[in-house]
Design a protein around this ligand. Structure first.
Ligand code: GUN
Length: 282
C-alpha cells in the first residue's frame, strides 16, 4: 500500500514559506514582487488556469496583473506589449499563457520575453541554463515534482527513473532535473517499443501522457514511486490523471493523486519563480 503524496498540503506549506519571504521582500523594498500574465483569446481551460494564478499571487502577497487580449490579436501587437513589460522596472515576472491563437508564433513570443522575467523558464537561455545545471528558474511542473519528492523524503540518487512524455514543458526538463540528482533516466514517448519493459524497471515513474488509465498495475513493480502529471477530463466532468490509481496504489510505495498531487505545485512554483525574479532584479 502506498503513501499518498499530498500535493495540496505540501503546496500549502510552501506557499506559507513564500508568503513570509514576500512579506520580508516587501518590507525591505517598499514594493511587492509583481507578475503580469497575458492571456490571448478565451480558451476556457486557460481562463481557469490564469484565474488560479491570480488568486495564488494574492494569497502570498505578490502583485499580479492580467492583460486580456482578444483572440484576433496580431503577433506584432503582442510583441509590442511584451517589449513594454520588459522595459518596465516595476514588473518582475512575465507569463504568456499557452496555447496561443494560430496567427501567433509561440516561439517568437517566448523568445521576446526578457530571460530574467521569464518565470515559466521556457526561453532558450533558461532551458540552456537548466541543461548546464546553472539556473535561476525551473519550469513550474518539473520543479513541482522535484519538490514533492524532496519533501516526501524520496531520494533520486541511483534510482531508475522513467519519464513518459518528451514535451518541452514537462518531459525534457523533468528528465534533466532527475539526472541532476543522479537518477538513471529513461524517457519514453509515442514511438517507444515495448513501453511496459521500461515502466516495469522504474523505481520512480513520472507520467505526462494525457490519457486516463494509461498506467495500469501490471505495468509497475512493487515499491515504485508514481508521479502522475496527467490532467484528464472525464465525460462525467471528473478530473483524473494518467494512472489507474486504485490498482497502482496496492503496489506503489508512494503515489500522487489527481487532483491534489502535482497540480497545486505547478502554481506554487510560479510564485517561487516570481519571488526569485524580484530578488534577482533588486
Ligand atoms: N499552458 C499550460 N501550462 C502552461 C504553463 O505552465 N505556462 C504557460 N505559460 N502556459 C501554459
Amino acid at each position: 500500500m502506498a503513501m499518498i503524496i499530498d500535493g495540496k498540503a505540501i503546496s500549502s506549506q510552501i506557499r506559507n514559506e513564500i508568503a513570509e519571504e514576500v512579506a520580508a521582500f516587501t518590507a525591505e523594498h517598499g514594493f511587492a514582487p509583481s507578475l503580469t500574465v497575458i492571456i490571448v483569446g478565451d480558451d476556457p481551460a486557460s481562463q481557469v488556469y490564469v484565474r488560479n494564478k491570480e488568486k495564488a499571487c494574492t494569497q502570498v502577497g505578490i502583485k499580479s496583473e492580467i492583460i486580456r487580449l482578444p483572440a484576433e490579436t496580431e503577433e506584432a501587437e503582442l510583441l509590442k506589449i511584451i517589449d513594454g513589460l520588459n522595459k518596465d522596472k516595476s514588473i518582475n515576472g512575465i507569463l504568456v499563457q499557452l496555447p496561443l491563437p494560430k496567427q501567433i508564433n509561440e516561439k517568437n513570443i517566448i523568445a521576446a520575453i526578457d530571460p530574467q522575467k521569464d518565470v515559466d523558464a521556457f526561453s532558450y537561455e533558461n532551458t540552456g541554463r537548466i541543461m548546464a545545471g546553472d539556473f535561476d528558474f525551473l519550469p513550474c511542473t518539473p520543479a513541482g515534482v522535484m519538490e514533492l519528492l524532496h519533501r516526501s523524503g524520496i531520494s533520486v540518487c541511483g534510482k531508475d527513473c522513467v519519464v513518459i512524455g518528451r514535451s518541452n514543458i514537462v518531459g525534457k526538463p523533468m528528465a534533466m532535473l532527475l539526472m541532476h540528482e543522479n537518477g538513471t533516466v529513461t524517457v519514453c514517448h509515442t514511438k517507444t517499443k515495448d513501453l511496459k519493459s521500461h515502466t516495469l524497471r522504474a523505481d520512480i515513474l513520472v507520467s505526462s501522457v494525457g490519457k486516463a488509465n494509461f498506467i495500469t498495475a501490471d505495468m509497475v513493480k512493487d515499491g515504485v514511486v508514481i508521479i502522475d502529471v496527467g490532467i484528464n477530463h472525464l465525460h462525467d466532468g471528473k478530473l483524473t490523471g494518467d494512472v489507474d490509481f486504485e490498482g497502482c496504489f496496492e503496489k506503489a510505495s508512494a503515489i500522487t493523486p489527481v487532483p491534489g498531487g502535482v497540480g497545486p505545485m505547478t502554481v506554487t512554483m510560479l510564485l517561487k519563480n516570481t519571488l526569485t525574479a524580484a530578488k534577482k532584479q533588486n
